[in-house]
Design a protein around this ligand. Sequence first.
Ligand code: TYD
Length: 137
Amino acid sequence: MQIVKYAFQQHGDDRGMLVALEEYNDIPFEIKRVYYMYDTKEGVTRGYHAHKSLKQILICIHGSCKIRLDNGREKKIVSLEKPYEGLYVPNNMWREMYDFSPDAVLMVLASEVYREEDYIRDYDTFLKMVKEGLEHA
Ligand code: TYD
């Protein structure tokens, strides 16, 4: 499984740092939604789903967390701990977010507005869909 982790351009001067993200230039899709998680309680794991068509970039803009990615055949763990790093999570990818530091703010840039019908929340259904998708590839 190929992990796509971006290191965004940092604009720094003696005042501090700044990162700017533009759709299609820095982010490989049109950004239709932004959401973020904060005050995540110790020991909590979030996510436990995949998406049929949604693509996302995950940025831990403060603190740190870990992301477990699973494409149905392989699993990989990615640490996000820099505000200039972005993890690309394509559709048909099961994700779990965990190990949030108390100060973590995990921001998500999404290619679609929120649509519950796009979620695959059952792991066995996810495995079945991935398998069927591969068979039709
Ligand atoms: P949830 O899907 O459980 O978050 P995660 O899978 O990342 O842990 O979402 C938590 C709640 O927020 C749920 O009631 C749905 C709502 N929500 C929105 O209204 N819009 C959104 O864009 C997202 C991601 C969630």
